[in-house]
Structure formats: C-alpha cells, structure tokens
Design a protein around this ligand. Structure first.
Ligand code: ADP
Ligand code: MG
Length: 334
C-alpha cells in the first residue's frame, strides 16, 4: 500500500517546483499578504515556505496530511466545485508520502503556535522522544511549512534532478508568475545560503509594477493592458501583452485559469499566430493571461495538478482571445 501511495504522490508532485506551486496556492488561499520561500539544493534538500495567512487550527493538525482532507469545502457551491474541478486535499498528503514535512502554525485567536511533523500521510514524531502530538511553541500568526528530503524514498525520481541550479530557476520562475497574478502579495524567494533574495516583490496595486520588478522597465514600458468578458461562452480575460516592438529572449506565455498556473497548447499557439502578422522575425512576445471560467466548465477528467487544462467552448474562447489580441496589436502598431 505504501508503494502505491508513493506512486500516486509522484503523479501529483513531479518535481520541487510542483510542490512549491501547491504550497504557494495554500498560502494564497489562507489570505497571506507576505510569502517567503527558502530553498536548499534546488528544493530536494529543503523547501521552506513562511506565510502570514490565517494559520491552521490545532484540532485540524492530526488529519492535515491525510488524503482528501481539506478545509475548503464548506458551502454547497464548494461541493459543486469538487464534482467539477475534481480532487481536493491531495497536495499535502502527496508531499508527505515523498518527503518529511514539519509545520509550525498559529491562528490569530490562539495564544501560541503549534508544531507538528508528518510522514506517509500521518503525524510522526518531531523529536527523539517519539511523541507525535502537536506541541505548543513560540511563533507568529501564519504558517511555516518545511519540506525536507523530497523523493528520499523514490530514488529514481531523485536522481533525475541532477542540477540543483536548474531546479532553483524553475522554482523562481513559478514564484515569479504567481507574483504577477497576486500583485497584492509580497513574495520573497531565496537560496538558503544567499543573503539577498533572487526574487523579491512588494505589495502593489498594479501588475505592471510587478512585471517591471521581475522582467525590467524596458518590458514594462512596452505593455498593452486590457480585459474583456463574454457571456455567450462565459469567460473573462485579463491580459497584459507586449507590443510588436519589444522582444523577450523567447516567447513567454503565462496562463492562469481560475487563479491556477496551467498550460493550454492550443491557446498558446493561437496567441503566437495572432502576433505573427505583426512581428518582425526574431521578436518574441510576452503574454500574461488570467482567464476566469465557471468551474463547472473545466474538464472534470483532468486532474487539477496536471498542468494542461481543457475547458468547455474551448475553440470559441481561444478564437475570441486571438481576435482581441490582434485588434490591440493593430491599434498599437498603427
Ligand atoms: P486543499 O488545498 O485542496 O484543501 P491541501 O492538501 O493543499 O488541500 O491542504 C490541506 C489543508 O491544509 C487545506 O485545506 C488547509 O486547510 C490547510 N493548509 C495547508 N496549507 C496552509 C497554509 N499555508 N495556511 C493555512 N492553511 C493551510
Ligand atoms: Mg492546496
């Protein structure tokens, strides 16, 4: 059974950056305004994420890493979401089957923080005394999660990540993208042995400020921002795209659907071809899209942790996004 759990967990958590993505989303769900991430050896030795969100109640700690344990399904609407968006409560469980987790968390109404440790979906002792119960300790409001020795029990997987720097760059890339979507949150990402962070964003009211912080003022000064809604094929889109002049090193396509970083190959291709009529050779665009779709229009059969996402009226929606982008590029280049 443990082997099966481990294989299932490996499907959800494929590499350090996929663990980061899940942990980030949890911190954001907890309404954090500040999130700090510290990485040791590309995340394989340690991932530490510290947030100032609403914390976890001590009575929720014992079952926290059990599969399908979630605090996010309370209303009927939420129940509808589970039947459509698929699975919930799998991230921490999965991580606990392929790593050691320790958590320190404090809710605002608790007088102290609590520490708990996990392995294989259940509480495990934090110290040598063998006691598994969450222990009171000092701490500030919010949650600190340590993930240590990722894939320690899946050696084939662990060996696949030879280059810690490369994994660290992937992590920074994921955090950067989430920081653009969540510009009202301050993000810090650093290697444990570094003094100054590789990525640091402040809370800002404007996504282009965050883009400027990460990709530079040159790009930020060449952006076109627009949004639109469509009620026939219900969706809304917020777009920030580079004009026909500015060029990235390569085409950078950032896609969020319902606040989750995903891929959609057809949409990416459609966006690329929208540019092709206006671009000189060797010019690579920057495109950030945040699309909202009613959750019951997302494909049920695709696991939410899989990056590629399909949705209802996909062709129509892609077409309308392509059209809008072409329109904006034409306006800006004429
Ligand atoms: P899900 O996010 O689908 O509920 P997870 O396995 O990602 O499942 O998390 C399980 C539960 O742990 C969440 O529902 C939430 O209650 C709690 N949790 C995890 N991380 C945090 C955090 N950073 N702050 C507050 N609560 C958290
Ligand atoms: Mg989660």
């Amino acid at each position: 059974q443990e082997v099966i759990n481990r294989i299932a967990a490996g499907e959800v958590i494929q590499r350090p950056s996929s663990a980061i993505k899940e942990l980030l989303e949890n911190s954001l769900d907890a309404k954090s305004t500040s999130i700090t991430i510290q990485i040791k050896e590309g995340g394989l030795k340690q991932i530490r994420i510290i947030d100032n969100g609403h914390g976890i109640k001590v009575e929720d700690l014992p079952l926290l890493c059990e599969r399908f344990t979630t605090s996010k399904l309370r209303s009927f609407e939420d129940l509808q979401q589970i039947s459509t968006f698929g699975f919930r409560g799998e991230a921490l469980a999965s991580i606990s089957h392929v790593a050691h987790i320790s958590i320190i968390t404090k809710t605002p109404d608790s007088s102290c923080a609590y520490k708990a440790c996990y392995a294989d979906g259940a509480l495990s002792p934090c110290g040598r005394d063998g006691n598994k119960d969450p222990q009171p300790c000092a701490g500030t409001n919010g949650t600190q999660i340590n993930v240590e020795d990722l894939f320690y029990n899946v050696l084939t997987r662990k060996r696949a990540f030879g280059n810690a720097n490369k994994e660290f760059r992937r992590i920074v890339d994921v955090v950067s993208k989430y920081s653009i979507l969540n510009n009202h949150v301050s993000f810090t990402c650093k290697r444990h042995d570094q003094k100054s962070p590789t990525l640091h964003t402040s809370q800002t009211t404007n996504r282009t400020n965050t883009i400027q912080n990460i990709y530079g003022a040159n790009l930020a000064s060449q952006l076109i921002t627009f949004s639109f809604e469509n009620t026939d094929y219900p969706h809304s889109v917020e777009a920030i795209i580079s004009n026909t002049i500015y060029s990235m090193k390569k085409f950078l396509f950032i896609l969020f659907i319902n606040n989750r970083l995903v891929d959609n190959v057809s949409l990416k291709k459609a966006v690329e071809s929208a540019y092709s009529a206006y671009l000189q050779r060797g010019v690579h665009p920057f495109v950030f899209l945040s699309i909202k779709i009613p959750p019951n229009n997302l494909d049920v059969n695709i696991h939410p942790t899989k990056k590629e996402v399909r949705f209802l009226h996909e062709e129509k929606i892609i077409e309308s996004i392509q059209e809008q982008i072409m329109k904006k590029l034409q306006e800006s280049s004429s």
